[in-house]
Design a binder for this molecule. Structure first.
Ligand SMILES: Cc1cc2nc3c(=O)[nH]c(=O)nc-3n(C[C@H](O)[C@H](O)[C@H](O)COP(=O)(O)OP(=O)(O)OC[C@H]3O[C@@H](n4cnc5c(N)ncnc54)[C@H](O)[C@@H]3O)c2cc1C
Length: 557
């Protein structure tokens, strides 16, 4: 008798599992139950339908039940919601427009995804409040944008919130982006988030970070979003995107073990109940670098886990374990790209892992080739062995390539020394003979072996009275803006003016800086070898300004 595989949820993880199971087993009966109107739709493409960049709704529909029947002989049942599971009899309860019925399974794959978090904000159930999770949601937002809406408020500046804000602004709406956390894209390091905020402002998006939305007051022609600081923002439409939570209550009620609502699975996607597997946004993942356990709402891991579960069901002897989560994500914001992989400072601190942070501002390709643009890269490396723990980058070009190499490096367990040795594709149009990744390796190994001692912009307040700040930039750069009290000695003059530095330091440590950290590294080497207690500012003035803002600077010579 053939095996019956029942799958709950017909998008990323669920449909990957279904397709793989069929490719491995022509005889299995594969039933996909999807409560929505569509299966296999492009969730990640929804914002670009809202913006109009994807013109046709049908472009979002990658498959239909009919095409999946034809190509893969799948039994895909839309508008079929699973409302219960009985693990003892191995049946699920299914509700559709004809009522409820039971369906038995040999293997059950839970891929129900996540749902938008609904925080306790008065008026959230108003009709002008939307989410962006389904094709229907995207169609509704596009219709409003096309139909004369002029003001949008986005609640939550995570990835989906940023994409929604950009899309609605692209459609010409006055757009306000509200974020409770101190800055947009909360997982991004603050010194990079500053760059994203500046780009959002350039696009004309009004960013309100560090403030909660308190209430949505209804009105006849529009609603008003009231913020905790008393600001009132009028809106024709509101997008709720403050995060997601696993959509698992039905399964938890059936005895599937969960942690904070996310299904607990082993490395083959097995839950605690025999024959029941789970994957995607609904499950707990283990973070590859910190070991923290949390759901990871990303399409790539969901698709791959679905595929691997099908392997385990159909041919367990050859199934590969599902890996721990590196967590790599990317988003376009206007002309910028922001991307991150692995752990950030906050998650490393929580895990108690000792690390060094590196800031680099290389260009995406050879500086002499036209169009060279600076990237801002932040990387965290293990303080003992130099393993790459996490990295983030923001820039106009070349961000995706670097973050993908670093994501690969984290998966491979590479150290900064390994980064030096990577042979990456190079011609002046695409990179540099020392690619930013190689440079990261060189800076990292210098830090680990003590060749380069760093100081960080956020230490400036504490340092200003205890150290001599030595600015080694050119005179015109210094005059345009420098830290108050800094001694100015261009790095080309430093060797001749060491006595002047020694006098000014008067026994205090010297903290050197330049624009990006390249010249201060040279100066720092001179000072260290001359016996100074010296350190170079990580990321230079570019990082300092992004960390502390321009207000700390004074101008003039
Ligand atoms: C607007 C948007 C943009 C995104 N952009 C990106 C991106 O650029 N990159 C990226 O990596 N990730 C992105 N994601 C996240 C990515 O789409 C998800 O991580 C991925 O789809 C999760 O896959 P999944 O199979 O777990 O859940 P989903 O793909 O969400 O599928 C779950 C399905 O299960 C159905 N379902 C739930 N409960 C039941 C039930 N009881 N019975 C029947 N059916 C049920 C739901 O209706 C849903 O269709 C984006 C998500 C959204 C919403």
């Amino acid at each position: 008798m053939s095996m019956r595989i029942v799958i709950v949820g017909g998008v990323a993880a669920g449909m990957s599992a279904a397709a793989r199971a069929r490719r491995l087993d022509e005889n299995a009966e594969i039933i996909v139950l999807e409560r929505g109107d569509e299966v296999s739709f492009a969730n990640c493409g929804l914002p670009y339908y809202v913006s109009g960049e994807i013109a046709e709704r049908d472009s979002l529909l990658l498959q239909t039940p009919q095409s999946l029947r034809a190509a893969l002989d799948l039994d895909v049942r839309i508008r079929n919601e699973v409302t219960g599971v009985d693990p003892a009899t191995k049946t699920v309860t299914v509700r559709n427009d004809q009522g409820e019925h039971e369906l038995s399974y040999d293997a059950l794959i839970l891929a129900p995804g996540a749902t938008a978090v609904r925080p306790p904000i008065d008026g959230l159930d108003r009709r002008r409040v939307h989410t962006l999770r389904t094709v229907g949601d995207a169609v509704a937002l596009r219709e409003l944008a096309d139909g004369g809406a002029t003001r949008a408020v986005i609640l939550g500046a995570g990835f989906i919130g940023l994409e929604a804000a950009e899309a609605l602004r692209h459609q010409g709406l006055e757009t306000t982006l509200v974020e409770l956390g101190p800055h947009v894209l909360p997982p991004l390091e603050p010194e990079l988030a500053t760059l994203v905020t500046a780009e959002l402002s350039r696009l004309g998006i009004d960013v309100r970070a560090g403030v909660a939305a308190q209430a949505i007051e209804p009105g006849d022609t529009h609603d008003t979003v009231v913020l905790a600081d008393g600001t009132r923002v009028e809106a024709d439409l509101i997008v709720l995107s403050v995060g997601v939570r696993p959509e698992t209550s039905v399964f938890e009620a059936a005895g599937v073990a969960c942690d904070n609502g996310a299904i607990i699975v082993d490395e083959y996607g097995r839950t605690n109940l025999s024959g029941i597997y789970a994957a995607g946004d609904a499950v707990v993942s283990t973070d590859a670098t910190t070991g923290a356990r949390r759901p990871v709402a990303l399409a790539g891991p969901a698709n791959r886990a679905g595929r691997q579960i099908a392997d385990h069901i159909v041919r367990p002897e050859r199934a590969r374990p599902i890996p721990t989560a590196v967590g790599t994500a990317i988003v376009r914001v206007g002309e910028l790209t922001a991307a991150l992989t692995g752990a950030n400072r906050a998650s490393l601190d929580r895990a108690g892992i000792e690390f060094h942070t590196l800031h680099l501002h290389p260009t995406q390709h050879a500086g002499y080739y036209p169009g060279a643009r600076q990237l801002a890269i932040v990387a965290h490396i293990h303080a003992d062995d130099g393993r790459v723990l996490g990295a983030q980058a923001v820039g106009l070009d070349g961000v995706d390539k670097r973050i993908d190499v670093l994501a690969t490096s984290i998966r491979a367990g590479f150290t900064v020394a390994d980064l030096i040795d990577l042979d990456l594709a190079y011609s002046p149009i695409y990179g540099s003979a020392k690619d930013p990744i190689n440079m990261l390796g060189m800076v990292g190994t210098n830090v680990l072996d003590g060749t380069l001692s760093l100081w960080y912009a956020d230490a400036w307040e504490a340092l200003r009275n205890q150290a001599l700040i030595l600015d080694v930039r050119r005179t015109d750069e210094f005059a345009a803006g420098h830290l108050p009290g800094a001694l100015h000695v261009p790095h080309t003059q430093l060797r001749e003016r060491l006595d002047e530095v020694r006098d000014a330091a008067a026994g205090r440590p010297v903290r050197v800086l330049c624009a990006s950290g390249v010249r201060s590294h040279i100066a720092n080497r001179v000072l260290l070898q001359a016996g100074f207690d010296s350190a170079s500012l990580s990321g230079g003035m570019l990082t300092l300004r992004a960390t502390l803002s321009d207000e700390v600077l004074v101008s003039g010579e």
